[in-house]
Design a protein around this ligand. Structure first.
Ligand SMILES: [Zn+2]
Length: 253
């Protein structure tokens, strides 16, 4: 019986999130969303599916459209089972959506940045975060909750870094740190897939030391964790509520 139960939820993981998840996550930006198009309040219409070829993994990651962005459901369950081959929910991104949400270029993004206080074991430090969608308030609340965890967990939230306008190494894609909606924690003690492989489709072994207690706090506030990706980036969290809305998320463990 238990096996059957896991099987049903496992199937949910295979099904992607629905266009409605964008509307639920960004109600101030998106006015309608279906499997043809996504319309924004300012009249911009994004196709849900673009015509560019997305057959290979490299094409998917470099030319993701909104359908591709939602094609893998985020799994907010336990962290004992490594993500399966090329399972990267949230790592496939349609960049124009994030430019509409947080700023179309560096000057526009920087106009939206505010400074928040982030508690550390040595006192507060300041982090620059995007105020659109209330990301600044959410990250502030996360910092306050982490500060209540035991010392052995809090050490994993040290060395926080947020805004930096840059492309992802070896790609043309903007890092989510460029929008001021991502945070890296404990950079010297966490794990990154590229330490083991340089090709996107290489077979790599999963590694993680980030505690689940910290991951759960971020997810509660709409941030996904890069440790749930096959291409693991265990220091990395980013605000992606379209993957965490109750009817859009799955939970297999
Ligand atoms: Zn990062």
């Amino acid at each position: 019986m238990k096996f059957k139960f896991v099987g049903i939820l496992g199937l949910t993981t295979l099904l992607g999130a629905h266009p409605q998840c964008l509307l639920d996550a960004y109600p101030d930006l998106v006015v309608s969303a279906n499997d043809q198009s996504v319309t924004l309040k300012n009249g911009t219409v994004f196709p849900y599916r673009t015509s560019s070829s997305k057959t290979t993994w490299d094409e998917k990651i470099n030319n993701a459209d909104l359908e591709t962005q939602l094609s893998q459901s985020y799994d907010s369950g336990g962290i004992d089972t490594p993500p399966s081959y090329l399972f990267d929910p949230g790592r496939l991104r349609y960049q124009p959506l994030f430019q509409s949400l947080y700023g179309k270029d560096k000057p526009s993004i920087e106009k939206n940045l505010v400074t928040i206080e982030w508690p550390t074991l040595k006192g507060n430090r300041k982090l620059r975060v995007n105020r659109s969608e209330g990301v600044d308030k959410k990250l502030f609340a996360i910092g306050q909750e982490i500060a209540k965890l035991p010392h052995s967990d809090r050490i994993w939230a040290e060395g926080a870094a947020t805004y930096e306008y840059r492309v992802i190494k070896d790609t043309d894609r903007l890092s989510m740190h460029s929008f001021g909606i991502a945070v890296d924690l404990a950079p010297s003690k966490t794990q990154y897939w590229k330490g083991e492989a340089t090709s996107e489709t290489a077979k790599i072994g999963y590694k993680n030391t980030m505690p689940l207690s910290i991951v759960r706090i971020f997810e509660k506030h709409g941030f996904i964790w890069g440790g749930r990706w096959y291409h693991y980036d265990t220091m990395h969290f980013e605000y992606r509520p379209e993957l965490l809305a109750p009817k859009c998320v799955s939970k297999t463990q």
